[in-house]
Design a protein around this ligand. Structure first.
Ligand SMILES: NC(=O)c1ccc[n+]([C@@H]2O[C@H](COP(=O)([O-])OP(=O)(O)OC[C@H]3O[C@@H](n4cnc5c(N)ncnc54)[C@H](OP(=O)(O)O)[C@@H]3O)[C@@H](O)[C@H]2O)c1
Length: 299
């Protein structure tokens, strides 16, 4: 099976490549400089020539704060490009799977978000990602939108790597403790997304299509996540770093973040029988990759 993936250096597209290779799937990653999602005309030939059996739309403008001042660019990449990919998928009669985000929600719900909750993004990034969802649904019925959150991995840039880097030079780090969410490991996203891609490529059942939430099991705060990172790093010989919980008001950012980002994985489980590992288990795998495997003679 040949799967076209957008993104060449990102967390999820890299995890898709790594697992796809292991599973014997042919993963074709497209991205800059040949394909620029901000230049939609660069997509058509590449997608057609790839002759894919499915498209995974993973690439995005993910600089949440910068998006506040680059709304037009973020809209092209996060909103219009997925719409164009869906148009091409429809023409090629293949499914499109698309990564979306918890940031489509306002974050003011008292409880976990499910797929029927009304989106109400509070940032430019969230609005452009919601536009991507809408533009896909306007082009084809043969789509699976997977909303994930708090993505981390050994690849690219993410919170785990930032914490470990800051920990090298600091003994104490202030971390926001009033935003709640589900850390999600990119290789786990890849496992589920590739399973879904293989299924929807051969099964036309409409109940397999639509919007699904896809996050690591369990929940925490950024401060809780940071504490677990330093605990795990300490267990692998890393230095002890104190995490000081702070309110979001002490860490102002250009983009507003949802206070509650918790997504329910129940629909994904009921529909596909797919569940992600608990986030702490996945965090251990990530730390093994980042620390233990990179320093195999230590510890
Ligand atoms: N990271 C999170 O915490 C998070 C949370 C919820 C949802 N998501 C969603 O999950 C998906 C994957 O996220 P991720 O963490 O893997 O993202 P990432 O690591 O930031 O990677 C983004 C990818 O998109 C590519 N890209 C950006 N602009 C592009 C353009 N104009 N043309 C072509 N490629 C472009 C980047 O390529 P370059 O290297 O060339 O920039 C990179 O390969 C995204 O759709 C994101 O919205 C992520």
């Amino acid at each position: 099976m040949r799967i076209l993936v957008t993104g060449k250096n990102g967390q999820v597209d890299t995890a898709l490549q790594v697992l796809g290779d292991q599973l014997g799937l042919e993963i074709i990653r497209i991205g800059r400089p040949e394909v620029d999602l901000a230049q939609i005309a660069t997509l058509e030939d590449t997608v057609r020539n790839g002759r894919p059996d499915a498209i995974i739309s993973s690439a995005a403008y993910t600089a949440v704060d910068k998006a506040e001042t680059e709304a037009e660019l973020a809209q092209s990449i996060n909103g219009d490009a997925p719409g164009e990919l869906a148009r091409l998928a429809k023409e090629l009669n293949i499914p499109i799977l698309h990564l979306s985000t918890d940031y489509v929600f306002a974050g003011d719900k008292d409880g976990v978000y499910n797929e029927n909750d009304a989106p109400a993004p509070v940032s430019v990034y969230g609005r452009t990602k919601l536009s991507g969802e809408e533009q896909i649904a306007a082009q084809t019925d043969n789509y699976v939108i997977l909303r994930t959150a708090w993505v981390y991995s050994p690849y690219g840039n993410n919170f785990v790597k930032t914490m470990l880097r800051l920990g090298e030079t600091r003994d104490q780090i202030n971390v926001v403790a009033d935003q709640h969410g589900c850390p999600t490991y990119a290789p786990e996203i890849a496992r589920v997304v590739l399973a879904i891609a293989q299924q929807v490529a051969i099964d036309e059942d409409p109940t397999l299509r639509g919007i699904f939430h896809l996050t690591g099991q369990g929940e925490t705060t950024w401060a809780g996540f940071a504490k677990a990172i330093f605990e795990g790093s300490g267990n692998r010989g890393g230095k002890k770093v104190q995490v000081q919980p702070i309110p979001s008001s002490d860490y102002p950012t250009p983009a507003k973040r949802p206070t509650n980002s918790r997504l329910s994985g129940e629909k994904l489980d009921k529909t596909y029988g797919l569940v992600l590992d608990p986030w702490r288990i996945s965090l251990d795998s990530c730390l093994d990759h980042l620390i233990t495997l990179q320093n195999p003679t230590e510890g």
